[in-house]
Design a protein around this ligand. Structure first.
Ligand code: DX5
Ligand code: ZN
Length: 224
């Protein structure tokens, strides 16, 4: 099943001093989803923002809020992220011992259910939860920081994900090191949702963001 190409800017690369405007601008510039990278300084070696920041962004746009939790444990916070207005919530398979329970909790909160894997984690971690997810996020860098280099070995993992899901309508998202140079290969391998931070939030404001998003979309579409 071929799902639409979606460009999902990560606000991790935005100017946090004017975050509301940065979200409005990137949506106006053509973003399909807004990617929210939540980091706890424990599961990953960096701290970003939590549910209160997302809650304060929510009234500024109707755009789909795609929340990527890099926190452990995640379960005690799922309800807070749901209430903050996230549309999807993605947890790391490595973040706790009871992945299936975490996914069921997200489902019971009425949100799209996502699961993600660090580069070193085998896809086999997901074999038994395929019917419980709407989205599989393949990390193409080690999570924690923007601006890292795409790990090329993740292209095989995207291809394997595509074949593993069969005809289930699961979104395949890729996150980390996505630029106009790397997005084509990720698209050809089978991903349809593309997170990009530094490749979108560069240049000055909405016109630059629009050009950056268009360049990514064009490269992803023409590689299909
Ligand atoms: C990494 C985050 C990514 C990151 C992407 O932990 O999950 O979303 O911000 O940033 P770029 O596009 O700069 O690699
Ligand atoms: Zn992310």
């Amino acid at each position: 099943m071929t799902l639409p190409i979606r460009i999902a800017p990560s606000i991790l690369a935005a100017d946090f001093a004017k975050l509301g405007q940065e979200v409005i601008d990137v949506v106006q510039a053509g973003a399909d989803w807004v990617h929210l990278d939540v980091m706890d300084g424990h599961f990953v070696p960096n701290i970003s923002f939590g549910p209160d920041v997302i809650k304060s962004l929510r009234p500024h746009t109707d755009a789909f809020f795609d929340c990527h939790l890099m926190i452990a444990p995640a379960d005690p916070f799922l309800e807070a992220f749901a209430k903050a207005g996230c549309d999807s919530i993605t947890v790391h398979a490595e973040s706790g011992p009871h992945l299936h329970r975490s996914l069921q909790t997200i489902r019971s909160l009425g949100k799209k259910v996502g699961v993600t894997l660090n580069p070193a984690t085998s896809l086999s971690a997901l074999e038994n939860v395929l019917d419980d997810v709407d989205l599989i996020l393949i990390m193409s860098v080690n999570p924690g920081f923007g601006g890292q280099k795409f790990v090329p070995a993740m292209l095989d993992k995207i291809r394997a994900t595509k074949s593993l899901i069969g005809d289930r309508p699961i979104e395949i998202e890729v996150d980390g090191g996505i630029t106009a140079d790397t997005i084509g290969a990720a698209s050809a391998a089978g991903a349809n949702v593309f997170v990009a931070g530094s490749a979108i939030y560069k240049g000055d404001g909405i016109d630059a963001y629009r050009r950056n998003i268009e360049a990514l979309r064009t490269a992803a579409s023409s590689a299909r």
